[in-house]
Design a protein around this ligand. Structure first.
Ligand code: PLP
Length: 410
């Protein structure tokens, strides 16, 4: 999060002291930096300058309409996985011809809506789904282009709960089954298989897995040519990882860009990406108040007013995010500290620190890098309302989604 800086020991964004915002805003809340978002878009576009792909934003990473509008204004499309996400992307102004629809369990209603809207591609993930898309398309008297998501059997080195390209994962169609479908394509009168899609997982830090993936795709494209079947697009999915702590390794996006460029020159095919985390992960943070500092024999528990209902990643994936105090104390706790939320679950923890600057009841902290899979994974668990979201753009702060009212969730 390059936009977060300590100035005179006070955490600030664009010279705005974050503590000052807490005087008028009730914690916890999310905030997103649009300056960081624009920096990320430029970085991605310049890495893929030569192959010039259609970059679709994976809406599941962040469903704030203002964030999606900002991405749309920079020419991005959307990757959606539900009717709700599809309607949101359209409402944000993304044109149907820039939208791809992924997911293993699309319902008939979702398929019908997507066909009627004329989206770029419904990426099917099973033979049953292909049959259904063909039937719906026939009912609507249309012939549409679709994609097929392949399961390339590549196990990326990431948390096992977010690998999606291994043969044991539920996603995609095996390469052998894909060839069988292509062989029987004359049965499908109302669809044309025009896109090959893959997505091998999320928070992938090493480009070696993408290298393996491109080799697999090249082989498939070669075999398709032999079968006289040409696809116009290859959708390479998303998954590029980000550092969650300053000391974490960075994904080598420039090197990856060069790899994709080589692939593009050789295959002369249009490329699509479905990128979530790399675009928005580092744009967001949660500001939370310390309710109590509770001392035990073993550690201090820093009990925050935000919990796993607001930011579930740590509880679900044991994925910890760097936590920064809004005001840095030069003195440190003498024993370890654990940041926890108020939820009645032991998994409601935000991580353990061997050494941390002293905090007291009423102080504030910032949980960094919560822009992806933060608010979108949040829930009303323990009957807690979804929290407010703010945007900071240059020196302006604005609310882009209000805190829910308890009365409205009863
Ligand atoms: C099909 C699909 N595409 C794209 C993404 C976005 O992944 P990421 O946010 O890691 O870029 C996901 C998320 O796992 C996904 O399931």
């Amino acid at each position: 999060m390059d936009f977060l800086k300590f100035k005179n020991n006070k955490l600030s964004v664009n010279n705005i002291d974050l503590k000052k915002i807490t005087k008028s805003k009730k914690t916890p809340y999310y905030f997103y930096s649009f300056d960081q978002l624009n920096k990320n878009i430029i970085k991605l576009k310049s890495a893929f300058k030569s192959s010039n792909p259609l970059i679709c934003f994976a809406v599941k990473a962040n469903s704030n309409i203002e964030v999606i509008k900002e991405l749309k204004n920079k020419g991005l499309g959307a990757d959606v996985v539900s009717l709700g996400e599809l309607k949101l992307a359209l409402k944000a102004g993304i044109k149907a011809e820039k939208i791809v629809f992924s997911g293993v369990g699309k319902s008939i209603d979702e398929i019908e809506f997507a066909i009627k809207k004329g989206i770029l591609s419904i990426n099917a993930e099973s033979k049953n789904e292909i049959d259904l898309i063909n039937a719906v398309s026939q009912k609507l008297k249309k012939i549409i282009n679709i994609g097929i998501r392949i399961n390339p059997n590549i196990k990326a080195d990431t948390n096992k709960k977010i690998t999606t390209g291994d043969k044991i994962n539920k996603f995609g169609i095996s390469i052998d089954d894909f060839y069988k479908i292509i062989k029987s394509k004359s049965h499908y009168k109302n669809i044309n298989i025009n896109l090959l899609s893959v997505h091998i997982g999320s928070q992938i830090k090493d480009i070696i897995f993408y290298k393996k993936l491109l080799i697999v795709i090249e082989k498939i494209l070669k075999n398709l040519k032999k079968q006289n079947h040409i696809v116009q697009y290859v959708d390479l999915g998303g998954g590029m990882g980000i550092p969650y702590f300053k000391t974490d390794k960075e994904f080598n996006i420039k090197k990856f860009g060069k790899m994709v460029d080589q692939f593009y020159r050789k295959q002369k095919i249009k490329i699509i990406f479905e990128i979530g985390r790399y675009l928005v992960g580092n744009i967001g943070a949660i500001i939370s108040k310390v309710i109590y500092v509770k001392k035990t024999k073993d550690r201090y528990f820093i009990i925050l007013d935000t919990g796993m209902n607001d930011m579930a990643r740590s509880a679900i994936y044991e994925a910890f995010h760097e936590i920064l105090p809004l005001e840095k104390n030069t003195k440190k706790f003498k024993i370890k500290v654990e940041f926890v939320g108020p939820i009645c679950e032991s998994s409601d923890t935000f991580g353990l620190y061997k050494s941390y600057p002293i905090l007291k009841d009423g102080d504030f902290v910032c949980i960094t890098n919560c822009g992806a899979y933060g608010r979108t994974l949040s829930s009303n668990y323990n009957m807690r309302p979804l929290i407010e979201e703010l945007v900071i753009k240059r020196n302006k702060i604005k609310t882009v989604r209000k805190r829910q009212k308890i009365e409205n969730i009863i």
